[in-house]
Design a protein around this ligand. Structure first.
Ligand code: AN0
Ligand code: CP
Length: 320
């Protein structure tokens, strides 16, 4: 595997899930695979789960992880080509990427959407440069448009907890005080469309996700109707994807608190599990009662981030 951005990079999902089960049961069985190998984990943005689970996954495989927080420990990096570098950025990505590539065997990169220039974000301008100039396999640790390690961990979690062959999975938008990227909902939709689930997306008008991720998924604008009979509720905020109106890209169009997932919503589901990728703002996205209930999967879901990362790194090491 040369890069990990999309569900297609992992191949058939039943095989990936089988491998995830094995990795979870015997995490140290491939300790020799990463011997004398190094993974560089590059963070342009904050992280708790991705940073820790990626390091843990690398250590389980016997690899050495090196973490670099750009701009805090490194020089600030210029990402735009053709600019006169007379500002506060001391180094360009064009040099920094091949230098980092020369020190490692695999690279993982977190670089959020800027949410100002839709074309720049949706072309994955920064991650594509890592692919082009590092000479190494690249893992998106949430880039401008995707968060595949999260979506894979979500799928592993659904596979573990489902009690029906084809569960109903509902992804719902929920309010948030700050404008957030679309990477998590994009990837979740992309992966659920490939999985053996009945997938429904619900959000207020204007929050339509990019068609390349929505695919053939059902979109229901009535949140309560969407929740009816659901087995899994997956909550997430995202800012306007700018599909219908490009000028609204990255904007907050609604702070409607009736979309906060609470017991009234969960009551119409089929005793659904609650999921969220974390970090979550309590009583903005989800009520205390729902996230604290025994049906909340947020902790096992986060724990599965080690498993998804380890399967991806294992596949990459095997194809070096
Ligand atoms: C980020 C986001 O919504 O993309 C990271 C989620 C994994 N969340 C925040 O910035 C709060
Ligand atoms: N879910 C997730 O990616 O969390 P972090 O932003 O803390 O890494």
């Amino acid at each position: 595997m040369r890069s990990f951005f999309h569900v297609s990079d992992i191949g058939p999902l039943d095989k990936a899930l089988e491998e995830a089960r094995k990795v979870k049961q015997t995490p140290f069985a491939w300790k020799g695979l990463g011997e004398n190998k190094t993974i560089m984990l590059v963070f342009f943005n904050s992280s708790l789960r991705t940073r820790l689970s990626s390091q843990k996954a690398a250590l389980n495989l016997g690899m050495n992880p090196i973490v670099l927080n750009i701009g805090q420990e490194s020089w600030k990096l210029e990402t735009e080509l053709g600019v006169v570098m007379d500002g506060d950025k001391s180094e360009h990505l064009r040099e920094a990427i091949p230098v980092m590539g020369s020190y490692c065997d695999l690279i993982g990169v977190r670089s959020f959407a800027g949410l100002t220039d839709r074309e720049f974000d949706y072309a994955e301008t920064i991650l594509s440069q890592f692919v082009e100039y590092s000479g190494r396999p690249v893992i998106s640790l949430e880039s401008a448009t995707v968060h595949p390690c999260q979506a894979f961990a979500d799928l592993i979690t659904i596979d573990e907890f489902k009690t029906k062959k084809r569960p109903k999975v509902v992804m719902t938008w929920a309010p948030h005080p700050r404008a957030l990227p679309q990477a998590v909902p994009n990837s979740f939709a992309e992966w659920m469309n490939e999985a053996d689930v009945d997938f429904v997306i619900t959000h207020p008008e204007g929050y339509e996700l990019d068609p390349r991720f929505v695919g053939g998924a059902r979109v229901e604008y009535d949140q309560m109707k969407a929740f009816e009979g659901a087995d899994f509720i997956y909550a997430k905020n995202w800012s306007c994807p700018g599909v219908k109106n490009p000028d609204d890209y990255g904007r907050i169009l609604s702070k409607d608190m009736s979309w906060v997932v609470d017991e009234r919503h969960m009551a119409v589901t089929d005793n659904a599990f609650f999921m969220h990728c974390l970090p979550v703002r309590r009583n903005m996205i989800v009520s205390d009662a729902v996230i604290d209930s025994p049906r909340s999967l947020v902790i096992p879901e986060a724990a599965n981030r080690v498993v998804s990362a380890q399967v991806v790194m294992k596949r990459m090491l095997e194809s070096l």
